[in-house]
Design a protein. Structure first.
Length: 716
């Protein structure tokens, strides 16, 4: 293992980016391959990997044979750890697998034995064991500063977005106890590392909800146990709320708290013989220490954005620490660090198995809750053969569109990436599901059989224009060309984000030119404008029958009440209002958007037209937040963010990013931030006149269906 270390990644999902950044800090590490079920995703990740010699694969055996890595990072979901890890070990390469080692301690023990027999290393990355605050706790315990450990308390209060947004067909939801192997190992690893195996384990789960697939998920868990004279309590809450992730250790001489969210460590120990003075000194020391650590964390984040060799946050820092330590052990042929070794990984899995065995599960709710779609208001006509294809049907507007199409008795086919979750709601409406992606031309071609009308609500994503061009603009053009070949009508969903809405004297119509400032600053808006431009060119030059919709600030059934059209929401308790919040916003109900889109099918002679889908202005940003607070029973901190402040913040970020020559660097624009205030008036006149559209114009109805209903759904 001297010199270059050839590394491969299996899995190109969320965690892979953190491992790539960590490998940049490992001397000699060179990524020679990335394998993922999506070859395109593997290729994109390989192109950014250190070493510059890696390529993408969609087959593990092929990657092992061609790239011949020394180490493979297994970054697949928990249920897919066993087979790939076994294959890599049998190929003679070492493995760093994301937690858990396996979803069975017996399987984990087999993998550990296999690694020993092959003379290679097997490490498990428990991602919060290598952060600086936790390592300070370890040193103080080892030095005896806390004395004999009496109690360990682990708090994991973090919203789990999958419970509301899916994918609901994933392994996590196949059994309510699977969360003990997918999320809980973070905390189980801390308990196992600090005190060893637990006995006298008790556990309870409550607050059960159902996903749209009918799966039961428990959002609150309590686990109690002991190791010798040390009591251990672990609490998990996956409810949306203030995020807390802490570890508290009480000893006979001192107590200590690691705050993983704030990246701080506080040691409370006596310093004076006078009680009142001791309290003062202890509190002052804790405050000073917290402030210094918080400043260091912020400074590291800023320096990381500038492209310097600093980790971008505590989560990245801990993964970087784990990777560096793993490669130190491998490179030196030394014993594996106990935090990475199979022994700790197996204790963690065994604790998960014990909790799964003893947990008391309360009664599950009889009716669907959480993210379940609203039931149909009335019976729909029998389902005819599909003549309408909807891409992006599992999205907020897409679900309402499919419902409206089915209410009209039309046969609908939906092209979906995941046939579980929200897609099942479409199936319940009578839509035919076809697995695919609008970026995959072959899957679109297959879905077009018998189709006369195509609604394209799908869109790509990314950080750079290259991302949007590859994943949004080019696929949109290919879909349009397929519609031309098949003689199908195309309906494309754009956005009012293309406009500059800063002038209160201006009324924005469909003939208003796109904002040059939005095109420069916002790659999403730029992609929408480019798509419109290309589609209209195909209409003009080749006769493409295309209609364009530009929805406003869409609210209603199935949407989040914490809407980014009103302002930025760094947390659900804080809204950074665009401008002063006193402009009347272009709100529209999601079902009204769907109604306009469906009406267009029956109107002749509108090919090449565009329609702004907004209701009559009736609420300001502050009035929206007033209603949100009233119906949710919460208080939202409102931060007025005038254009100059947003511009100044962006200039500061631009200055930092320019030092690193970031690919997504865009020069700040004051005018762009002016446009976010929506002080101009948006006119729905064309849609009303041409389509015969009558969106809700009554404020009470708008509030009930656009704010109160989403609040009830969101806070359920």
């Amino acid at each position: 293992m001297s010199g270059e270390i050839k590394v491969a990644l299996l899995g190109a999902g969320f965690i892979a980016d953190f491992h790539l950044e960590a490998l940049r800090r490992v001397p000699g590490a060179s990524v020679v391959g990335v394998c993922d079920l999506s070859r395109a995703r593997a290729d994109r990740l390989a192109a950014r990997a250190p070493g510059g010699q890696g390529r993408g694969y969609s087959n593990l055996a092929e990657m092992l044979a061609e790239a011949r890595p020394d180490v493979v990072h297994v970054l697949t979901p928990p249920e897919a750890h066993d087979g790939p890890t076994r294959a890599v070990l049998e190929a003679g390469a070492s493995v760093l697998v994301e937690k858990p080692l396996a979803v069975s301690s017996a399987v984990g023990a087999d993998l550990a034995a296999l690694a020993d027999s092959r003379g290679v290393y097997l490490g498990t990355g428990h991602n919060f064991l290598f952060g600086a605050p936790y390592e300070r706790l370890m040193r103080d315990i080892a030095d005896g500063r806390l004395g004999r450990i009496d109690h360990v308390d682990v708090i994991w209060n973090k919203f789990l977005p999958q419970v509301k947004f899916g994918p609901f067909g994933s392994w996590l939801f196949r059994d309510p106890r699977h969360v003990l192997f997918e999320v809980a190992p973070h905390s189980f690893a801390h308990a196992s590392h600090l005190v060893g195996a637990l006995d006298h384990v008790q556990a309870r789960a409550r607050d059960a909800v159902r996903t749209p697939t009918g799966a039961v998920f428990y959002r609150q868990w309590e686990v109690y146990g002991a190791s010798g004279a040390t009591d251990v309590r672990l609490h998990f809450s996956f409810v949306d709320g203030y995020t807390e992730h802490r570890l508290h250790v009480r000893g006979t001489s001192a107590s200590a708290t690691v705050d993983f969210e704030l990246n701080t460590y506080v040691l409370h120990e006596h310093s004076q013989d006078l009680l009142d003075l001791d309290h003062l000194v202890t509190a002052a020391r804790a405050a000073r220490s917290t402030l210094v650590q918080a400043g260091a964390t912020f400074g590291s984040a800023v320096l990381a954005k500038a492209g310097l060799a600093f980790d971008s946050g505590p989560y990245q820092a801990s993964i970087t620490g784990a990777c560096k330590r793993f490669y130190e052990c491998v490179g030196q042929r030394a014993a594996m660090d106990v935090r990475l070794a199979p022994e700790l990984a197996l204790k963690t899995v065994r604790l998960a198995e014990t909790v799964a065995r003893v947990v008391q599960l309360e009664q599950a709710p009889a009716a669907t809750a959480a993210a379940a779609p609203a039931p149909a208001a009335h019976a729909r006509p029998a389902t005819p053969a599909p003549t309408v294809l909807v891409m992006g049907g599992t999205g907020f507007i897409g679900r309402a569109l499919v419902k409206r199409l089915r209410d009209q008795g039309l046969g609908v086919r939906a092209l979906v990436r995941d046939t579980s979750g929200f897609a099942l709601g479409l199936k319940d409406l009578g839509a035919e599901l076809v697995k695919g992606d609008f970026t995959d031309t072959k899957s679109v071609e297959g879905a077009l059989a018998g189709v006369t009308d195509v609604y394209n609500l799908a869109r790509g994503s990314g950080k750079t224009w290259d991302d949007y061009d590859r994943l949004d603009v080019q696929p949109t053009q290919r879909v349009a060309e397929l519609c031309l070949e098949r003689g199908a009508r195309l309906y494309y969903t754009s956005s009012i984000a293309i406009y500059h809405a800063a002038d209160p004297r201006e009324t924005i119509t469909e003939d208003t030119a796109p904002s040059p400032y939005a095109l420069k600053m916002n790659v999403y808006s730029r992609a929408k404008v480019e798509n419109e431009k290309r589609l209209l060119a195909l209409h003009r030059d080749r006769g493409l029958d295309v209609t364009i919709f530009r929805p406003g600030i869409v609210i209603g059934d199935g949407g989040s009440p914490f809407h980014w059209g009103v302002g930025a929401w760094p947390y659900n308790s804080i809204c950074r209002i665009w401008g002063d919040g006193n402009a009347r916003m272009p709100f529209v109900l999601v079902e009204d958007c769907a109604d306009a889109m469906v009406r267009a099918m029956s109107i002749k002679g509108i090919a090449g037209s565009s329609f702004n889908l907004v209701a009559d202005p009736m609420m300001t940003g502050h009035e929206y937040l007033d209603e949100l607070e009233r119906h949710a029973g919460i208080k939202v901190m409102r931060l007025r963010t005038p254009s100059w402040r947003l511009f100044a913040e962006d200039v500061a970020k631009w200055g930092v990013k320019s030092l690193s020559r970031a690919k997504d660097l865009r020069q700040p624009s004051y005018q762009y931030y002016e446009g976010l205030s929506c002080r101009s008036t948006f006119s729905p006149a064309r849609a009303k006149t041409v389509l015969g559209w009558t969106p809700v114009s009554d404020r009470a109805t708008m509030v009930e269906r656009g704010i109160a209903l989403p609040v009830r759904q969101s806070l359920d």
